[in-house]
Design a protein around this ligand. Structure first.
Ligand SMILES: [Fe+2]
Length: 167
């Protein structure tokens, strides 16, 4: 997870928001989003020295209508660690160690199936050659500029299946 940052540090505010519904379209009011991501230079708290312990890590609960809203900042790409066996493998394969910028998400609600995912930003230079080969079209965020000029926003809606329901 943690490696070398990108060295970039342009701060871009990101509003990440959306709704939780079940597969019948009913709101799920007791859902929650756990989010964690790197900072604007590609570093994770709890791995890179000098960052506050819980920087860009948190849990946000949906309101009574199933709506959630997270105000954060866009992460930067980073390189995975290249020491040890992983580094030897990367070197032998002639690959680089870059991952595109992404946010980690885990969403849950009592009685519903858990969803974990990584979400990506259009235009990242490493979307096409991610060392983890994890980028998929359905995981690409629809990033829009905020009308107030205060950075970007993304709407991302979750339809959760019940525990005993096939997806
Ligand atoms: Fe990551």
């Amino acid at each position: 997870m943690a490696g070398r940052g990108s060295g970039r540090s342009r701060i871009v505010v990101l509003l990440f928001h959306g709704n939780f519904t079940d597969t019948d379209g009913n709101p799920i009011k007791d859902a929650q989003v756990e989010i964690w991501h790197a900072d604007a230079a590609g570093f994770y708290s709890q791995y890179a020295p000098g960052l506050p312990e819980w920087l860009f890590r948190g849990t946000v609960k949906a309101d009574e209508n199933g709506y959630f809203e997270i105000n954060t900042m866009q992460p930067a790409p980073y390189q995975i660690p290249t020491d040890g066996a992983c580094g030897q493998l990367i070197g032998a394969a002639g690959c680089h160690a870059w991952r595109p910028a992404h946010i980690h998400i885990k969403v849950s609600a009592p009685g519903y199936q858990l969803v974990t995912q990584q979400l990506y930003f259009p235009g990242d230079p490493h979307n096409e050659d991610d060392i983890a080969s994890a980028v998929k079209p359905e995981l690409m965020l629809d990033v829009k500029e905020r009308q107030d000029g205060e950075g970007n926003q993304v709407e991302y809606n979750y339809v959760l299946a019940k525990e005993n329901e096939s997806k």
